[in-house]
Design a protein around this ligand. Structure first.
Ligand code: GRF
Length: 216
């Protein structure tokens, strides 16, 4: 069974989507720990409700970012975590953690990378005036939102969209493709070759792409 560690900073709706897939037995994995960098994170309530161990690690207790990430790494290794999930973790992951989990850290970003990396991907898309945006699950490397892409899903951007309305539309797909990417990993079907991810024996469902038949 794939052992997962989740890092989050806030609401945790993606964390919830993963919990739901596991509880429905559609994803064969176990969440060994939730680590938060924010004591107010709503993700903590979700962990409590589902009996998941959680840990608040205050970055201010560490003199360097490296030391903070060493602590996170050690907590994950202690629990024999095989895959690390960034579910709305609002920090740039540093070397001690990256080196311990090469191509074993996944992030979700609310835009079609490499467009609109960084904060507020949805607002960036609205402000730019693109017609299509979406979300991306990718492996994490040392840069921001730049690692190998695993799955993307697209949604239309309507002329009257705001950051909020577009975020809502994208979020529904985030909740589908993040557990899906973890499932592919759990099944040993993701092979990273350079900056490309090969998905073995897999055809992406058409629903991951903009389709006027699908009510978003
Ligand atoms: C999501 O929009 C995700 O794409 C981004 O941060 C947000 C986290 O939302 N990385 P939640 O905490 O999972 O509800």
């Amino acid at each position: 069974m794939l052992k997962i560690g989740v890092l989050a900073s806030g609401r945790g709706s993606n964390f919830q989507a993963i919990i739901d897939e596991i509880e429905a037995e559609r994803l064969l994995a176990s969440i060994e720990i939730l680590i938060v960098d924010n004591p107010e994170a709503y993700a903590i309530e979700r962990a409590k409700k589902h009996g998941i161990t959680y840990l608040y690690i205050n970055p201010k207790n560490f003199s360097t970012k490296e030391a903070f990430y060493e602590k996170i790494r050690d907590e994950l290794l202690l629990r024999e975590v095989a895959l690390v999930i960034l579910a709305g973790f609002m920090r740039i992951v540093k070397k001690p953690l990256l080196d311990a989990f090469p191509n074993r850290i996944m992030n979700i970003h609310p835009a079609l990378l490499p467009s609109f990396p960084g904060l507020h991907g949805q607002k960036q898309a609205v402000d730019y005036g693109v017609r299509i945006s979406g979300c991306t699950v990718h492996f994490v490397d040392e840069s921001i939102d730049s690692g190998p892409v695993i799955i993307q899903a697209a949604v239309p951007v309507h002329p009257d969209d705001t950051e909020e309305t577009l975020s809502e539309r994208i979020l529904k797909l985030e909740h589908r493709i993040f557990p899906e990417a973890i499932r592919l990993y759990a099944e040993g079907r993701l092979k990273v070759e350079g900056r490309k991810v090969k998905i073995l024996n897999y055809k992406l469902p058409d629903t991951y792409f903009t389709n006027p038949e699908i009510k978003q």
